[in-house]
Design a protein around this ligand. Sequence first.
Ligand SMILES: NC(=O)c1ccc[n+]([C@@H]2O[C@H](COP(=O)([O-])OP(=O)(O)OC[C@H]3O[C@@H](n4cnc5c(N)ncnc54)[C@H](OP(=O)(O)O)[C@@H]3O)[C@@H](O)[C@H]2O)c1
Length: 326
Amino acid sequence: MAPPLHLVIPSLVGAATITWATWHITRFLTFHFWLPAHPLDAYKSKSPSAPNWAFVTGSSAGIGYAYAAELMHLGFDVIIHSHVAPELEASAAELRRLRPGAQVRTLHYDAVTFTAAELAERVEAVTAGLPVAILINNVGSIPISGDPFKEFSAYDGEDIDRCIALNASFMTHMTHMTRLMLPTLSRSSRSLTLNVTSAARVGMPWLSLYSATKAYNAGFSTSVCRELRAAGRTDVDCLLLAVDGDVVSQGNRLGLAPEGSILAKDYARMALERVDSAVRRGMVQLNPYWKHELLFAIMPWVPESAVQAAVTEQITQKKEGFYKLQ
Ligand SMILES: NC(=O)c1ccc[n+]([C@@H]2O[C@H](COP(=O)([O-])OP(=O)(O)OC[C@H]3O[C@@H](n4cnc5c(N)ncnc54)[C@H](OP(=O)(O)O)[C@@H]3O)[C@@H](O)[C@H]2O)c1
């Protein structure tokens, strides 16, 4: 005799739930803890004697510098970029010491006051003849006058334009103009672009323009990534790199969240070690640190009142850390 329906339905729902949970937990664990022996080898030349180049924006300090150092450790030569020349040259010298014989080039250029034509010229000059296969669109900050945590009503026109230029326009122009999406022009057989965003893309109080531009980064990156896939471009990889929690850096040192803060060098290593797996799985977004991913994944499941309380507390803590120093 067939079992009654009131027993069959809960059993099927239970089995489906267990299968769904097991699948997600396995994917999560293998993604974060089963790592490749030779990360990013897919973006290297087939010829062992040929150089391999990566370009990281905003990389004289913070996480950008850490990506550059990790890329050098993985065998890439790097182009680093920032807008304070002495600091940039000091960072380049430090990087050269990391791997004797490695090459480091510098692009000294302000990502706020840039113009498209001049940026194209400067990038053309610094990448001339190089097989650049990886671009990390990392530069980002809050380049406004006075208090970086001011209310939106206190922004002036220049604050708004500077924020959009640094965090959104510069990334868009870099991606467009370096043609890293087109490996034939970048002279590599396969290329990768990582576009950095932040948890602020959900909308943080007192960080209105920063939040908005980070949401722009997410939409831009995901759109371009899907467009490339729709066009069948298997030689071009593109991921949104979601920095969904505190990473200790030059720009983020105060009022850090007690749970989930991580050093820039550890974060950069985690990110680059997980790229191959993210690309293989067809992901459009990479969140490399398991604690950040878990904390961020909870957000859609809790009521807005809890999200409001959490983001208010988090940014209040940062404001207090910043004001104590003033
Ligand atoms: N740290 C975090 O917890 C966190 C969280 C979420 C997202 N993120 C994102 O991750 C990225 C890196 O953050 P970070 O904390 O490592 O930043 P950071 O420590 O402030 O470093 C920023 C880098 O960008 C350069 N830079 C700043 N303004 C520039 C400009 N106008 N033109 C050219 N270069 C400029 C800086 O050098 P100079 O000032 O010497 O030019 C430095 O090399 C950013 O996009 C940020 O939004 C960070």
